[in-house]
Design a protein around this ligand. Structure first.
Ligand SMILES: Cc1ncc(COP(=O)(O)O)c(C=O)c1O
Length: 310
């Protein structure tokens, strides 16, 4: 674990006043653990309502604390992120939560605000796909299964002044302070997931680190968005400035062709293109491991499909 932590610290330039925790329960467990660990009596939590995963985080936080929605993209059907100028922060908020990449809606925060309260980010689906200014955050969390290996491990990077004694009723294994004090060894860590994470971190470093990951992500997504935007047959309703470089979500102008599109794509070896169950359409997930050749295969298939059905 010490070696993995060193690799992570080097890749993300994590300042010394941040602790790295290796936890279980996934990002979904953090949805509830954040208010329990971070809020003091009388505080509420600010949340940006940016799409499917933000809503999951909000619903769970609401079970434990009052929540203030700083802004919502619901009116635009989550095709754009509410600009920072529209956010209404609560004066008594203990933190402000964002979802840096909305995996199902295809939206990504490209500029992180500088806030007076600790900024907390669910980075599950774009963790290690680009450099991020860690010092601007109070806490970053991410499940490992997108860009850091296999499910079973959830990373929490937390500024040390936010660690405090576990509130009454919180099991010690879920206390950030207890896990920090015991170097994430309060319970047996998920050893296999950690082993794979170590391999992934080495792979990222060998390929040039996070700047190289970001360049590759931009190029993959740029090619796919260009293919979508240059056609009437496919459409991407997400506002270009907020589009994700990781999860490219799009639709067929004639929605009746969706099932045929997905079936023919699968025949061609292009799998897992169905959009998130709650959202529909097509989603191409372009995590770090996806080579540019994968996008080229997909755009070639899209050309053929449009020629046949357009
Ligand atoms: C942005 C985001 N947050 C949270 C989750 C949930 O992660 P887990 O299943 O590890 O709890 C996911 C899973 O896809 C996600 O994409």
């Amino acid at each position: 674990m010490a070696e993995i932590e060193q690799q992570l610290r080097a890749l993300l330039a994590i300042p010394p006043n941040y602790r790295v925790l290796f936890l279980q329960g996934g990002a979904s467990a953090q949805f509830g653990l954040l208010p329990l660990n971070l809020l003091r009596t009388g505080q509420c939590a600010d949340y940006l309502d940016s799409g499917h995963w933000a809503r999951k985080a909000i619903a769970e936080a609401r079970r434990h604390a009052p929540v203030n929605i700083v802004a919502s993209g619901a009116a635009e059907a989550f095709t754009a992120l509410p600009p920072f100028e529209r956010w209404q922060l609560a004066p008594d908020a203990g933190y402000c939560h964002i979802t840096s990449n909305e995996t199902g809606n295809g939206l990504q925060v490209h500029d992180f605000p500088d806030l007076a309260v600790p900024l907390v980010a669910d980075m599950t689906s774009d963790f290690l796909t680009r450099p991020v200014p860690v010092e601007r955050f109070g806490l970053i969390y991410a499940s490992a299964q997108k860009n850091l290996g296999v499910a079973g491990l959830c990373l929490v990077i937390v500024r040390d002044d936010l660690l405090r004694a576990p509130p009454r009723g919180l099991p010690a294994a879920f206390s950030y302070a207890v896990q920090a004090e015991q170097d994430s060894r309060f319970n047996t860590p998920p050893t296999f997931a950690l082993y794979v994470a170590g391999l992934m971190l080495r792979w990222i470093a060998r390929r040039g680190g996070l700047a190289a990951m970001a360049t590759a992500a931009r190029e993959r997504s740029r090619r796919l968005y260009r293919r979508i935007d240059t056609s009437e047959f496919y459409r991407c309703p997400q506002q270009p400035a907020d589009r994700s470089t990781i999860n490219v979500c799009f639709q067929l102008a004639d929605a009746r062709l969706l099932e045929t599109f997905l079936a023919r794509a699968a025949d061609d070896g292009l799998l897992n293109l169905r959009g998130h169950g709650a959202i529909g359409g097509v989603r191409a997930s372009l995590y770090n491991a996806m080579p540019l050749a994968g996008v080229e295969r997909l755009t070639a298939f899209m050309n053929d499909f449009e020629r046949l059905h357009g």
